[in-house]
Design a protein. Structure first.
Length: 258
């Protein structure tokens, strides 16, 4: 969370923790609020010298905002999203294998830092189906985060938010036709299935995944593997009435947060 007087903060993926001489920084992520147009500067520090910086405008964060930052490290670049919305891509200039230290500095309050391990199964997994109780219901801004691994020969994975009489959110990933669909039910009546169009199917056999659902006024904001996929919700959504998260299908789970 940023403060009302925030001018800047930075998150550095460092190659060591030395301050003199300063360790190389493979990826420097630096939001700045000191001008009327908030922006982000990204760069690399090599042998105590900054390389050419990249400036990204249209930064959605404002002073005093709470936020969730997700860094998704791919083979050649890092993708950054903020509260489920894609923000920027940055190509590596140093090998990612050199990074061993995370540095967070400046005008920001950190509530939680979590990592997707290269071998998360060491921490244990949960078989499906999984029913996760929500005794207090949901509230706006309450993040639902699910991380898991698709099993061999997958058929289908479903993510549902339920109450006694309604299912206002059900996401179905079908491996038979590589489709991703949203739907809802109000009592015995189902809505019209809504196909979610993506450049490619976002779930893959024996690959890890991360699903983020962010409840907001009258809708659920959805992101998978850091990519925003849109806003979904039935008419007359009552977040407080939702009392269960249910996950079923061809996956192993190792992290659930509500």
């Amino acid at each position: 969370m940023t403060g009302p007087l925030t001018t800047r903060f930075q998150i550095d993926f460092q190659c060591g923790c030395s301050t003199l001489p300063r360790s190389d920084i493979a990826f420097h992520f630096n939001p700045r609020f000191c001008s009327s147009d908030g922006h982000v500067v990204c760069n690399t520090l090599l042998r105590d010298k900054w390389l050419r910086e990249h400036k990204f405008s249209d930064f959605p964060l404002r002073r005093g905002d709470s936020f969730v930052l997700l860094f998704l490290f791919l083979a050649e670049k890092v993708k950054v999203s903020i509260s489920g919305q894609h923000l920027l891509d940055f190509s590596y200039r140093l090998p990612l294998c050199y990074v061993d230290t995370l540095g967070i500095y400046g005008d920001v309050s950190v509530k939680e830092v979590s990592f997707l391990s290269t071998n998360p199964l060491k921490a244990g997994t949960s078989d499906l189906p999984l029913s996760w109780p929500l005794p207090m219901g949901l509230s706006e801004g309450q993040m639902i985060l699910v991380r898991g691994l698709v099993t061999e020969n997958p058929q289908e994975i479903t993510f549902s938010l339920k109450s006694e009489n309604i299912t206002p959110f059900i996401l179905t990933a079908s491996f038979k036709d590589s489709s991703l669909c949203y739907n809802y039910s109000m009592g015995q009546s189902w809505g019209e299935p809504q196909k979610i169009h993506t450049p490619f199917f976002v779930f893959h056999e024996k690959k890890y995944f991360e699903v983020l659902v962010l409840p907001e006024s009258g809708m659920f904001r959805l992101a998978i593997n850091g990519a925003p996929l849109g806003d979904f919700g039935p008419p007359e959504l009552d977040l407080k009435s939702i009392d269960e998260l249910r996950i079923d299908g061809s996956a192993l789970l190792y992290y659930v947060k509500c």
